[in-house]
Design a protein around this ligand. Structure first.
Ligand code: BES
Ligand code: ZN
Ligand code: ZN
Length: 492
């Protein structure tokens, strides 16, 4: 699909449809006043994400609570999704800037178009291909004059690259486990590295053994698919900071011998979402030419059962020598991440260490399906991440605080730490505290843990997200890195 920005007023642009965003519930704004009577007659209330077509007038309207990006993104994405399922081949719209200096809405609009257009059809034999091929943004403004067109163009580029990265992550997560196992993940990482000019290093099982990653290897043992450790790096000339991102890449999580019940196993192809997000972010930071050195690490592993499976009661030795009593083989993500965190800290001296994982069901219970759990030891960077999510990119995120009482619940009588807590409460936090055990003292303040178990894969449409994979964390973390890159950060 082509997205164009043209220096023409709306009436001079040819298209099958015009998309009009309605903020004013009285329907009196100049963009919709002419249609007030008919819209009212048809019962259009301009509610958030409410879409209505007026085919005779070649118009489609969508309600949005405000022109803020958090509202306009889901509204426009929902409208584009509705348009995509019909016969229209082209749509035009204004850029809806709420203020002449504020390009945030433009970026959100562009993201919304690509995010709303996304549809995973790879496994449909008769995929209904969307006819929508062109979206034309007009320079005609909603209520701002004398806008900076170059700033708008920059916002458009950023919007395109972030949304393409999100869609790349969605494709990876949606791919069924038989077609996407660790080796495939490594192959794709290599392809991305080559096309984006990134350095790459991929460890095979033998090389992983040489690294003493006993915890990761134990999780991988019963699978017929050997694990891979993936490391991509983006190294600009004079970086303002160095960031390591570590993704949980469980290409399938059956639970292992602590087998998941059938209903809970379905959707566990999404347990690679953290790793998939890392790949999306690597593509985005490289295409946006950010002035930050970014290292992406992925532990790509499949958690299966079998005669040689690792067992509850086993004691594993992680790369840093820490011994771990296994009491539940379904708490495997933290085992893989333990070794990956050790590896990442050994390889790169980073200013920020961010792990991303579909780590706990408890995080979904606590925050619901739509919110990322943010944990760490440094409130300042936690707040920066929450801002990058809740404010800058409209990915919802909330802090889950650590405490030493919960830390104690991970004690083991026979090893240094246990892979599950002895209490059933606070499971997202205790998982985070387990990871903390593998963060070196000098890095404690640099580390953030993002539990994306809720939003990474949701079995219904929500806002700008389709049924299935959402690409959770890609927008938020990309924004976090953008901010490090740009001292005079444009808040779009
Ligand atoms: N991958 C799951 C967590 C998960 C659950 C992600 C639901 C997405 C949706 C993880 O490996 C897991 O199974 N965690 C266990 C931990 C428990 C055994 C301490 C859980 O959350 O039940
Ligand atoms: Zn699990
Ligand atoms: Zn898992």
């Amino acid at each position: 699909m082509k997205l164009e920005y043209v220096d023409n007023s709306l009436k001079d642009i040819k298209a099958d449809l015009e998309l009009i965003v309605v903020v004013d519930k009285n329907l009196e704004h100049r963009f919709c006043a002419k249609y007030k009577d008919i819209l009212e007659e048809m019962g259009f209330g301009a509610e958030q994400d409410e879409v209505i077509f007026l085919p005779e007038s070649k118009k489609v309207f969508v309600g949005s609570q405000s022109l803020k990006s958090k509202d306009i993104r889901p509204a426009v994405a929902t409208a584009i999704r509705a348009i995509s399922s019909k016969k229209y081949t082209s749509v035009k719209m204004a850029t809806y800037m709420s203020h002449q200096k504020c390009t945030a809405t433009v970026r959100a609009l562009v993201e919304a178009i690509n995010l709303g257009k996304y549809n995973y059809t790879r496994y449909k034999t008769e995929a209904k291909e969307s006819k929508l091929k062109r979206v034309i943004l007009s320079s005609e403004e909603y209520n701002a004059k004398d806008v900076d067109k170059d700033a708008i163009k920059r916002a458009i580029t950023k919007g395109i690259e972030t949304s393409l990265a999100v869609n790349l992550t969605r494709d990876i997560v949606n791919t069924p486990p038989d077609d996407f196992y660790p080796k495939k993940m490594a192959r794709l990482a290599k392809d991305i590295a080559k096309s984006e000019n990134l350095e790459y290093n991929i460890l095979t099982k033998t090389e992983i053994k040489a690294e003493n990653m006993g915890a990761l290897l134990a999780v991988a043992r019963a699978s017929s698919h050997a694990p891979r450790v993936i490391h991509l790096s983006y190294k600009p000339k004079n970086p303002k900071a160095v960031v390591s991102i570590i993704g949980k890449g469980l290409t399938y999580d059956s639970g292992g011998l602590s087998l998941k019940p059938s209903d809970f196993m379905v959707t566990m192809k999404s347990d690679k979402s953290g790793g998939a997000a890392v790949l999306g972010i690597m593509q985005a930071v490289s295409r946006l030419n950010l002035d930050v050195e970014v290292h992406g690490f992925i532990g790509a592993v499949e958690n299966m059962i079998g005669g040689n499976a690792y067992k509850p009661d086993d004691v594993l030795t992680a790369k840093n020598g820490t011994t771990i009593e296994v009491r539940n083989t379904d708490a495997e993500g933290r085992l893989v991440l333990a070794d990956m965190l050790c590896y990442a800290q050994e390889k790169v001296d980073a200013n920020y260490i961010i792990d991303m994982a579909t780590l706990t069901g408890a995080c979904v219970v606590g925050l619901g399906n739509y919110t990322i759990g943010v944990m760490g030891n440094n409130d300042k960077i936690i707040d920066k991440m929450l801002y990058a999510g809740n404010v800058a990119s409209s990915e919802m995120a909330a802090k889950l605080p650590f405490n030493n009482y919960l830390r104690k619940t991970l004690k083991s009588s026979i090893a240094d730490i246990c892979n599950i807590s002895n209490t059933r409460y606070g499971g997202a936090v205790t998982a985070g505290l387990f990871l903390d055990k593998f963060i070196k003292e000098e890095n404690k303040q640099k580390w953030l843990h993002l539990d994306i178990a809720g939003p990474a894969f949701v079995e219904h449409e929500w806002g700008e997200n389709p049924h299935g994979a959402s690409g959770a964390g890609v927008r938020m973390v990309t924004r976090f890195i953008e901010k490090l890159s740009d001292s005079k950060h444009e808040d779009n």
